[in-house]
Write a protein of this length. Structure first.
Length: 211
């Protein structure tokens, strides 16, 4: 599992490459199980998407093997970048648990408005990206924009001067298996995609203190 940190003026989020690892097989198993016994998550989510289903992390496999190592890596990155660690994110002697875990099935024209999550950490895993951002940005009404964003995932934050900034993640099929791991309070959004009949499939989760 390869973990890469993304910095602006401070650590913003971590990128984890899960492609061709046992984690992806496990996540697809979870999706299949969710479809067999569907429990909707739409009531608790901001997304304007067709379907969102609760996932079950059997034996806490994904949390223990992927999330926990990433939490500790986030702490190391933050300490190395700032010389101290954030007491809000890294309270001593407190364990973590994943309290919500779900899959989104997004069709063309649907989107996820600007929002943040509850808890301490959140993540998104891009399971299926049926479009290429290059083609999306060439769509005439998108291309004519000064800021083409069709199909992108985007974080929003304030910089050291208090200015509102954005960090976009362009997506195509090579993004499948990419996991973004970030503080739950970090605002983010998903832009709609177009001219594609296939679904975009992502998995998300929230991690809280076990207290």
């Amino acid at each position: 599992m390869k973990i890469e940190s993304v910095h602006v003026t401070y650590p913003l989020f971590l990128k984890i490459n899960l492609f061709d690892t046992p984690a992806m097989d496990k996540l697809w198993e979870y999706i299949s199980s969710a479809k067999e016994n569907p429990e909707s998550m739409k009531w608790d989510l901001a997304g304007h998407v067709s379907n969102s289903l609760t996932l079950k992390d059997k034996d806490n496999w994904f949390f223990n093997n992927i999330c926990l190592p990433t939490i500790y890596e986030h702490k190391v990155v933050f300490e190395e970048s700032t010389g101290h660690f954030n007491q809000t994110l890294f309270k001593k002697d407190v364990n973590y648990i994943m309290n919500t875990f779900w899959v989104n099935f997004q069709k063309q024209h649907e989107f996820n408005p600007l929002h943040n999550h509850s808890g301490v950490f959140s993540f998104v895993v891009f399971m299926k990206i049926p479009y290429d951002w290059r083609e999306q940005h060439e769509i005439p009404f998108v291309k004519e924009s000064a800021i083409p964003m069709a199909g992108n995932f985007e974080f929003t934050y304030t910089d050291i001067n208090g200015q509102i900034m954005a960090f976009g993640q362009s997506l195509d099929p090579s993004s499948e298996g990419l996991m973004l791991f970030f503080p739950a309070e970090l605002y983010h959004q998903v832009y709609p995609f177009y001219n594609c009949e296939e679904e975009r499939i992502t998995i998300s989760g929230n991690i809280i203190y076990d207290v």
